[in-house]
Design a protein around this ligand. Structure first.
Ligand SMILES: [Fe+2]
Length: 417
């Protein structure tokens, strides 16, 4: 079950309003056209994110728990239900870019209608409905990150490659030192959410995990190190690659991370701040699980298991590092050897996204939230520069298919000792 205990110092209504305001702020630079186009089936239009997160509150809270509530528009559930089979038929995911109407302004009006109803109803909602409001806030934070990465992908498809946000001010930093290995003993560790505060159902139950003696890197792999992998023929030598990964490299013609381009003999990358020269000190990002695994093989290492990662990260501040703040998103910042496991890039682990021992999906439609996706995907840990600060935890499990790389996905190495 969901474990939700909103901190008394942050009333739920203030939390709700802050989350909703940030989503709107993230879309402020967009025109109606920017917010409507769908760049690929995996990505959704910004307008759809704005409406779908609103549909979540309207359906699971207002419709189900507020007597007399009238839907803003009875046609919207068909358009803005994502994948909830229990909620009936819905528009095809890969056709979301066809929704030219409602307009962006009409979707904003939908948000305002639901916000007014929800804020008015919140004090009198039963505890179970308040838990769904809290879940809806965390759900919307997940969509904030998708919104940012989907916009990045969309703008990357435009030959003009517009910048969405201005570049963060350059702070001169030294290149990070070579990776230092943090040795960790064999033994049994406690992993999973411990029941204090919010967690998604897939983070529990908390349980024991057996770790072998291993070492984990003190920082993520940098662009400069990745360029050396490319220069060494990393994308041309099947010896480094899983069979599925090698098939993907050949079928898709992959030769570098997503958004990298060679110009005038040097690498550039496209980011939220437009196309710029590659920063060799910044963590590599927009790499697939296949690429992460191949790099680790080339480097004589491996990916950490999700529990090796979690055990090492438990002592670190989950709200630290370069994460999304109200000022708007920024690109990953140069890696440092200062210990820290959160922010900049999600880190691929070698662990399959599967249920923990004793996992039970929630009852009702929200039981479809996580459990049904536990097939064929790998776990990522840590949070990125597009993860709203405060959203990630040591026990947080993000998950994507092994070929996907439009999120801010990077690599931390581990090795057996
Ligand atoms: Fe969703």
């Amino acid at each position: 079950m969901l474990k939700i205990a909103p901190k008394p110092s942050i009333p739920l209504v203030a939390r709700y309003e802050a989350v909703r305001a940030l989503t709107l702020a993230l879309t402020a630079p967009l025109s109606d056209a920017d917010a409507t186009v769908q760049s690929m089936p995996d990505a959704s239009p910004a307008k759809w994110h704005l409406a779908h997160t609103t549909w979540f509150f309207e359906t699971f809270v207002l419709r189900d728990s507020v007597p007399g509530y009238r839907l803003h528009d009875e046609r919207f559930p068909f358009l803005f239900n994502s994948y909830y089979e229990a909620e009936g038929r819905r528009h095809a995911r890969d056709r979301r870019g066809m929704i030219t109407r409602p307009t962006l302004d009409e979707v904003r009006a939908y948000r305002a209608y639901v916000d007014a109803a929800l804020v008015a109803a919140l004090p009198d909602l039963p505890a179970a409905a308040q838990e769904l409001v809290a879940l809806g806030c965390h759900h919307e934070e997940q969509h904030q990150e998708l919104l940012v990465t989907d916009m990045l992908h969309l703008f990357g498809e435009n030959p003009l490659e517009p910048a969405i946000w201005p570049a963060a001010p350059k702070v001169p930093v030294a290149m990070p030192a070579a990776i230092r290995w943090i040795e960790r003993p064999a033994g049994i560790v406690r992993v999973g959410h411990d029941g204090d505060g919010f967690a998604f159902d897939c983070e529990g139950p908390r349980h024991d995990a057996l770790l072998v003696r291993h070492a984990i890197a003190d920082r993520t792999v940098t662009n400069g190190e990745w360029a050396a992998f490319i220069a060494d023929g990393g994308y041309r030598d099947p010896a480094h690659w899983l069979a599925d990964g090698w098939a993907w490299v050949k079928a898709e013609g992959i030769s570098a991370p997503l958004y990298w381009e060679e110009q005038d003999g040097g690498w550039t990358r496209f980011g939220l701040d437009g196309r710029r020269g590659l920063d060799p000190a910044a963590p590599v990002t927009h790499v697939s699980f296949y690429e992460a695994d191949a790099y680790a093989s080339w480097a004589g290492a491996r990916l950490p298991t999700e529990f090796e990662w979690e055990a090492a990260a438990q002592a670190h501040d989950a709200a630290g590092g370069n994460q999304l703040d109200a000022a708007g998103p920024v690109e990953p910042r140069p890696a440092t050897n200062a210990p820290g496991f959160f922010g900049d890039v999600w880190e691929w682990t070698g662990s399959a996204y599967r249920p923990y021992p004793g996992f039970r999906a929630c009852e009702g439609a929200v039981g479809e939230y996580n459990g049904k996706f536990m097939s064929g995907q790998f776990v990522l840990r840590g949070g990125s520069c597009a993860t709203p600060r405060g959203h990630a935890r040591a026990s947080y499990r993000n998950f994507f298919y092994p070929h996907q790389r439009w999120q801010f996905t990077g690599v931390r190495l581990a090795k057996d000792v």
